[in-house]
Every structure is written in structure tokens, then in C-alpha cells.
Design a protein around this ligand. Structure first.
Ligand code: ANZ
Ligand code: ZN
Length: 871
């Protein structure tokens, strides 16, 4: 009898409703079972979900469903990272309100996620723009402020003079604002900072404990924190600087190269530079030019080296008769070290480029192994490797490390103007985190500015400081600034009229603690520490590599800050981290006008082994291009909803988890999707056939014939292997095994179905197959599970018991005698040695019980025959 085709559309909706009606995925904090927290990075509600989301959430869902089936109380929540610029851009462009736009997008995307059949606890859902959420964030802000973790300082920002807004570094493209195209200026603004640098060393040290993180991410975090051990050194001015300073303090990590010094460099923002500029117009122009480069370290690093000779001279600390010029140089940052350097062109590329440009000496002091001191010479490339120190007086012949030690000790014991000339110092690249944004759609910073009392924390009883709804986006700038009344309030200290802070928080703040909020999302405090400590750290966090640095670092800082302020009892938020690869697709261009066209707009045919693409509408030729990350700009996107509506969510889930290892990119192809869809259909047919041809509820026979035993072996081995795959996030391996297993089950249908042992084995295989498929294709699994006559939900069914005996290759069963009487059986490899058997027997429960802690008097092993233990 031909079975009807599997109708994913109807079936999926039916099971989703059943799960929802029965609260199958609701998680109870009081459930006494062991807890497991799996979390995927929550989405930004941009409008619609994309395939990257599908892949990310499918992976998390497999983990959640699998862990649930192995007896854990699983927390698998979902929310929305909902504040940010795109909502304001939409407001400006489409005349919609950011709030309406955001919540509408959330509604759409929630529907899309639900259509994927994700096993989420939707009762815990929140958006970071919910007043409830950001009210708690304001509480955290006040607690951090009180704990000394937040301060205010002036700092430079990228200012877009047309949009009248501060731009993030990524929004500055070639020195121009990304939206307005205006030349970006540097402005000094007073901003709020989180003191992440208090934790630099701790954040670095703890990376070593994160052994379930990808090595790559750990390294990126280490580099970002950037610990440098070095020396601060005073260079005495020949004549005092106009600031009155008699010596210039620099920071170096290479004091071993001091004899290769060529000049000193000051940051354009150094106080001495500023003082000199007061009376020097040329220098003022130079500084202005430097500022156009932008504020990023990368921009500064790659820009052409520019310098300005100040005319100031300093004495070399190891040879007072040696004078060196002092330049202002555009590659020196004010907020690192001391904002001043000594330059050794032979061993630092930036210094070398600079020296070439301004015709300054280049003297090598590190000799690479195998080079001759008489002929070694640095031309266009600085030598930064290992070697032996030469041309360097008392350091000659030393290794770099020994020379560093020797010169540091020497300069520490020397003094200038009564202070030590050198002092060892550790510096970190990690800067404090500036969180002020001059935007509307973010969490208001709960501060009130009073002319008399200065900035005051908003009283806790007055929280939340709520965003006003009546704002306009018809002009650039921050709508909160020009709101007629919102700013006006009174000083909590003196009661005088005062103004609210109109800056809102960087949206990275919102995502730095959402994982903690999920553990008790409706609590009147930011967390219930008990619940949070029980759930956290997140056992498995899954997301994109693009968040490998900032988001993870900020979350690690927040967890520490929340620990300090009593909201959490731990310092590391994410125990396991997994970064998934991207979803890629071929690109297409219409040949006539070279514009990108979408996969849905074209048709591909194969003629004599050559793929030929044409536009569906006009039949025009289309050029097939390279395979790239799905992106709107190249139009090489496939809409998940189209796929789900055509083939079903299970097909999409199966496909995104199938072809590549999850950490690698996957190429989305129509053929691949069809393959997945055909597999879904095939499984459905096979299960129906089993259900029709065999009786359910057959009792387990005492003996199994060869056919049945062979199938049972495959079933249990596959169960064990797939369990391992899921535990190690090897989704593609599990898929490959399930394809094979499906073949084995299909073949077993040819066996003699009148035999009870075969029927039992076949039913067992079919049930097990559903247990293994449920994490990936949950709707199909529920449907088949019910067709097989089960009345429970597979989503709530435990992973099958694996019979270890069936995993052992080529085993025999030996009777166990205790004092000559048969008491049990031992299953062991046929070729096990006498010693192996003896070792196994002493661990067998029957023997352990009989011995009752005593040593056996005698163990007699007759390999292949019998074991007798005398107690
Ligand atoms: C002399 C020298 C010789 C240096 C040499 C390097 C190589 P990290 O490793 O990042 O800590 N430096 C110090 N302060 C700076 C600033 N504010 N802006 C730009 N560069 C600065 O780098 C430390 C090195 O970067 C320091 O060691 C200094 O140059 C430079 F063969 O001193 B070095
Ligand atoms: Zn006041």
C-alpha cells in the first residue's frame, strides 16, 4: 500500500501546537534534576530571520533536545537584542517610530522562529527595549557606580557634523561618516566609562580556565587585553620643556634596544605638544592633520607616518653626551603607556618608516643568528626577531631577555632629579569601556546633572528613567536633547532644577547580562542570585565568531561586576563556547546590466554537464559567480520562510546541520535541500511500512536469531555513536550516521517479519531512530513516533537505554561460577586473554557481591569456557 506523502506544513503546525498547549518546553527553576543551560546569541530584530539564524538556532536546539532526553532540566530561552541604530535609521527613512518598528519586527521574527519548531521556553522571552529589562539595567548601573566601577571622563569621539552624532569606529569609512559622507571630526565629549581595566589581569588569567572555548577565541581575547611588560624611562631634556618638565617619560617594551635609539616621539595629544602648539601655528596645523586620521588604532597604524621636529633635545640615559631629537609623531597614541616613546628604527617598523622619511639614523643592536656583525644591516624591513645584542656597551653578547633584565636593573638604580630613571611597568592594551551614546533608542543613563552638585545618580525609587514616546526624527541629532520636557527634573541632592542625562547606553551593555536575566526574567531585581548561580555559567553558548572579542569580554566583565555588587556568585558567564560557521551561497549577476540577482529570480539548467543560469522573468542570461556569505548586498540570500513553507522546518534543520562540520561554513544549494527533503520523505515511508507490517508492543524475546541480533547491534551502536556526536556538537557526523542507519533499517524490512525477534528488533530500531532524529527533525520524529503506536511525546521521552553487550564486537558469554555454582554470565570479547577475563570478572557485580570486600581465594579461568571464583 502506498503511503501518502509526508505533509510537513500541516504536520509541523500540529506538533508545534501540541508542544505549546502542553508546555513541553517550559522550564521550572525548582525542578530538582541536574541543570543544563544552552543559549544561542540572541538576535537583533532587524526584520526577518536569515539562514545564519536558522543554523545557529538549529544547533542550539539539538543540544537542548538531546540534553533533555538524557534527563537534564534544560534552560533554553530566547529574547531580542532590541536597542540600536537601525531602528532610528528606519525612523528617519520610513517615518516610523523605533519602538513600533522594533516590536513589529520582533512579532514577525518570533513567528518565524516558532515555525522552526525550536524547543524554547517562550515564557522567559524579553526584549532589551522592554521597560522591565532596561529598568533593571539602570539598577545595575547605579550599583556599579556605587561600587566605583563607573566614572566620567573627557574622551575623544568621532563626530559626524552633518548627522550631529557620535560615530562608532566602524561607522567611519575613509575618514567619512557612513551615512552622511561628511568628513568626520574629532571632538572631546564627557562620557561615562565602565572600569573594565580594573579586571585586565583577571580577565587575562581566567582565559586559561576556559577550556571549553575555541583556542582561536581565547587567543583573540588575550591579544585584545594585550598585556605588555616593559619599562618607563625618563630622558632628561637638554633644556627644560615649555611645560617646565625637565625630563620626558616614555614607555618601552624593548629597553634592550636603547643603544639603537634614534629619536623620541610625542603623541599629538601630549601635554608638551599642546604647550608648544600654543605658540607655534605650524605645529597646530600638523596636529589638526593628525586628527583627521580617526581614532582607531588600525587607522593610526596604517596611515602614512608623519612627524614634526619640536626642536627639543634629550640626553640618552646610558650616555649623557649623546643627544636625541624629539618629534611629534602621528602614530603615537596618548592613552597608551605615557604617550611618548623612544624610537629604535632598526627593530621597529613604524620607527623605521619614520626614520627613512625624516632622514634619521638607523642603528642595529640585535644581531640575528648566523649574521655577521660587520655586515648586518637593516634596509626597508625592521628586524624584530630573536638574536644577540651588539653595538650596545655592557649588553653586548646578551640575549634579548638578559639584556632587558640588565638594562632595567641599571636604570632602576640610576636617578634623574632624585627619581629612579627607570621603573618596570605592566601595561594593558585594554581600554576602559566608554558607554555613552548620543542616541534615542537605548537604555537611558540614570543620571541627573545639577549646576551646583554635578552629576547625581537618579534616585532608585524614581527608576525606571523611561524613554519618552513622543519624539521626532525629522532633524539629525539626539531627539532626547530637543524633547520639550523630558530632560527637566530636579536635583536629588539639593532639589534645584536640574537636567537628565540624555545619553543612552551602548547596546553592548544590554547584551552583557541578558543570559543572567533569563534565569529569572520577571524578578523585581536584576537577578535572583540563587537561581542565577544555579543556572550559570551557561553550559553551552553558541554564536558567531564576529562576537569573539567585544561581546564576550564585556559579558565577562559584567559577570565580575555583578559578582562584586552581589547579583551573581561567579565570575565567568560561559563555560562552553561554540562559534558556528556561516551560510554561503553562489552569487548571480544579470549579464546585461551587471546587477546582482537573487536565487529566487533565476532558473539553472544543466546542458552537457555545464550549468546555465537564466532570469525567470525575461530569459536573459545570468552569470554564475563565486560562493559567498549570504548577504542582502549581493542578493545571494534564501529566505528561511520560503524554505520552511515549501519543504518544512525539518528539511531546513536537517540540511543546515548536514554537510559541513558546524564550525565551518556551509554552502546552501537547492540540491542539498532537495536531498534533505527526500530523506524526510523516505524516513516517513519506512516508518509507515514498519507500522503496517509489524505489530507494536512485542515483548522482548529471550533469544535473538542472527538477523535480529545484527540489527540490534547496529541500532545500539548507532545510539551510542550519535549520543557522542551530540555531546560533542558533531551534528554533521550524526546526520551521516543516521543516513546509514536508515539504510540498515530499510534493508531489515526484507527479513522474515513473521519472526518475533525480528519484529522486536525492527520496532526497537524504528523507535530508536526517532529518538536520534528528534533533536534535528522534531516534527517528523513526533509524527513517526505516534505512527509507531507510542502515546507519549518523543520530545519528552528519554534517550533509549543502550545495551553495552551489543556494542562489544564479537563477544562470547562465559558462565560465572562462584564456589562451583553458576551465578551469572560475563559478556566479553571472544579473544580476551586470561588476564583480561580475570580483571573483568573481579569487577562483575555478582562477584563483587560474593566477595563482599574480601580478596578471592582463587580465580580459575578456562578461556572460552568458564570462570570459577572461590571465595
Ligand atoms: C622602543 C622600542 C624599540 C619599541 C623596538 C619597540 C621595538 P606593546 O607591545 O603594544 O606594548 N609605544 C609605547 N607607547 C606607545 C604609544 N603610546 N603609542 C604608540 N606606540 C607606543 O608596544 C610597546 C611598544 O610600542 C613600545 O616599545 C614603544 O616602542 C611603542 F625595537 O620602545 B618600543
Ligand atoms: Zn543639586
Amino acid at each position: 500500500m502506498a503511503t501518502e506523502r509526508y505533509n510537513a506544513r500541516d504536520t509541523e503546525a500540529r506538533w508545534q501546537k501540541k508542544w505549546e498547549d502542553n508546555n513541553v518546553f517550559t522550564t521550572d527553576n525548582d525542578d530538582p534534576r541536574d541543570k543544563y543551560y544552552v543559549l544561542e546569541m540572541f538576535p537583533y530584530p532587524s526584520g526577518r530571520i536569515h539562514m545564519g539564524h536558522v543554523r545557529n538556532y538549529a544547533m542550539g536546539d539539538v543540544v537542548a533536545r538531546y540534553k533533555r532526553s538524557t534527563g537534564y532540566n534544560v534552560l533554553h530561552p530566547m529574547g531580542w537584542d532590541a536597542f540600536g541604530m537601525p531602528a532610528e535609521n528606519a525612523a528617519m527613512e520610513k517615518k516610523v517610530h523605533p519602538k513600533g518598528w522594533t516590536y513589529e519586527n520582533i512579532a514577525t521574527m518570533r513567528g518565524q522562529l516558532k515555525s522552526m519548531g525550536l524547543s524554547l521556553d517562550w515564557n522567559r522571552e524579553f526584549a532589551t527595549c522592554d521597560v522591565d529589562y532596561y529598568a533593571q539595567q539602570q539598577r545595575l548601573f547605579l550599583d556599579f557606580l556605587e561600587a566605583g566601577l563607573i566614572y566620567r571622563k573627557k574622551s575623544k569621539v568621532n563626530w559626524d557634523p552633518v548627522d550631529m552624532t557620535v560615530l562608532a569606529n566602524e561607522q567611519v569609512i575613509d575618514g567619512k561618516g557612513w551615512r552622511s559622507g561628511a568628513t568626520v571630526e574629532q571632538r572631546e565629549l564627557t562620557q561615562w566609562f565602565f572600569k573594565i581595566s580594573d579586571y585586565s589581569q583577571d580577565l587575562l588569567d581566567a582565559i586559561d580556565t576556559l577550556d571549553k572555548w575555541p583556542e582561536k577565541v581565547r587567543l583573540m581575547q588575550k591579544n585584545w587585553i594585550g598585556r605588555s611588560e616593559g619599562l618607563k624611562v625618563f630622558f632628561e631634556f637638554v633644556e627644560a620643556a615649555p611645560t617646565g618638565d625637565t625630563a620626558l617619560e616614555i614607555f618601552t617594551t624593548r629597553p634592550d634596544t636603547l643603544f639603537g635609539a634614534s629619536f623620541l616621539g610625542l603623541s599629538p595629544d601630549h601635554p608638551i605638544t599642546a604647550k608648544l602648539a600654543e605658540t607655534n601655528e605650524e605645529l597646530q596645523d600638523f596636529i589638526a592633520k593628525c586628527r583627521q586620521i580617526g581614532t582607531t588604532a588600525e587607522a593610526i597604524e596604517t596611515a602614512e607616518k608623519l612627524g614634526f621636529d619640536t626642536g627639543l633635545r634629550v640626553k640618552h640615559p646610558l650616555d649623557p653626551s649623546w643627544e636625541l631629537p624629539v618629534y611629534v609623531a602621528n602614530f603615537i597614541l596618548m592613552d597608551y603607556g605615557t604617550g611618548a616613546i623612544f624610537a629604535c628604527p632598526a627593530h621597529d617598523q613604524r620607527d623605521l618608516d619614520f626614520a627613512h622619511k625624516y632622514d634619521l639614523p638607523v642603528k642595529a643592536v640585535v644581531l640575528p643568528e648566523g649574521e655577521d656583525a660587520a655586515t648586518f644591516n637593516v634596509a626597508d624591513e625592521a628586524y624584530t626577531g630573536e638574536g644577540t645584542i651588539f653595538n650596545s656597551d655592557f649588553m653586548n653578547g646578551m640575549s634579548i631577555a638578559d639584556a632587558k633584565e640588565a638594562v632595567s636593573a641599571k636604570l632602576e638604580s640610576q636617578s634623574v632629579n632624585g627619581a629612579p630613571q627607570g621603573a618596570r611597568e605592566v601595561n594593558f592594551r585594554l581600554r576602559d569601556w566608554g558607554i555613552s551614546r548620543q542616541r534615542y533608542w537605548g537604555c537611558p543613563i540614570p543620571i541627573i546633572h545639577c549646576d551646583d552638585c554635578g552629576p547625581q545618580p537618579a534616585p532608585r525609587e524614581s527608576l525606571p528613567v523611561q524613554l519618552p514616546d513622543d519624539v521626532t526624527f525629522d532633524r539629525p541629532g539626539n531627539p532626547l536633547d530637543r524633547h520639550p520636557t523630558w530632560r527637566n527634573t530636579c536635583c536629588p541632592k539639593c532639589g534645584k532644577d536640574a537636567l537628565r542625562e540624555t545619553d543612552t547606553m551602548d547596546t553592548f551593555v544590554d547584551s552583557s547580562w541578558y543570559f543572567a536575566r533569563f534565569t529569572d526574567p520577571k524578578n523585581a531585581n536584576p537577578t535572583d542570585p540563587k537561581a542565577a548561580n544555579e543556572w550559570l555559567p551557561v553550559d553551552q553558548y553558541i554564536g558567531g565568531i564576529e562576537h569573539a572579542i567585544l561581546h564576550l569580554l564585556y559579558s565577562r566583565f559584567f559577570t565580575r561586576a555583578m559578582q562584586k555588587t552581589g547579583h551573581l556568585g561567579l565570575s565567568e558567564p560561559f563555560k562552553g563556547l561554540f562559534t558556528q560557521g556561516m551560510v554561503n551561497h553562489e552569487t548571480y549577476k544579470a549579464s546585461s546590466n551587471n546587477r546582482w540577482v537573487a536565487p529566487a529570480e533565476i532558473k539553472i539548467e544543466e546542458l552537457d554537464g555545464v550549468r546555465k543560469a537564466t532570469l525567470l522573468e525575461t530569459g536573459e542570461d545570468v552569470v554564475i559567480g563565486s560562493i559567498e556569505k549570504m548577504s542582502k548586498s549581493k542578493k545571494n540570500v534564501v529566505d528561511p520562510t520560503d524554505i520552511i513553507e515549501t519543504y518544512g522546518a525539518d528539511t531546513a534543520r536537517w540540511f543546515v546541520l548536514s554537510d559541513s562540520p558546524p564550525e565551518r561554513d556551509i554552502i546552501w544549494t537547492e540540491d542539498g535541500v532537495l536531498g534533505a527533503w527526500r530523506h524526510v520523505q523516505r524516513v516517513y515511508r519506512i516508518i509507515n511500512e514498519i507500522a503496517e507490517k509489524t505489530a507494536s508492543g512485542v515483548e522482548k524475546p529471550a533469544e535473538f536469531g542472527d538477523d535480529a541480533l545484527a540489527l540490534r547491534r547496529v541500532t545500539h551502536k548507532t545510539l551510542a555513536a550519535v549520543a557522542k556526536d551530540y555531546d560533542s556538537l558533531g551534528f554533521n557526523r550524526a546526520v551521516a550516521r543516521l543516513y546509514e542507519f536508515t539504510n540498515a533499517v530499510s534493508k531489515a524490512l526484507q527479513a522474515d517479519l513473521s519472526k518475533a525477534d525480528v519484529v522486536f528488533a525492527l520496532r526497537e530500531a524504528a523507535d530508536s531512530m526517532m529518538s536520534m532524529m528528534e533533536p534535528i527533525t522534531p516534527h517528523l520524529a513526533e509524527e513517526c513516533w505516534s505512527i509507531l503506536g507510542n502515546e507519549t511525546l518523543i520530545s519528552q521521552t528519554a534517550w533509549p537505554q543502550i545495551e553495552e553487550d551489543l556494542l562489544v564486537e564479537n563477544t562470547i558469554v562465559l558462565p560465572i561460577q562462584i564456589n562451583g555454582k553458576k551465578k551469572g554470565e560475563l559478556t566479553i570479547a571472544r579473544d580476551a586473554s586470561k588476564e583480561d577475563i580475570e580483571a573483568a570478572i573481579l569487577q562483575h557485580e555478582v562477584v563483587v557481591k560474593a566477595l563482599d570486600g574480601n580478596a578471592p581465594r582463587k580465580v580459575i579461568v578456562v578461556p572460552q569456557r568458564i570462570v570459577n571464583v572461590v571465595v
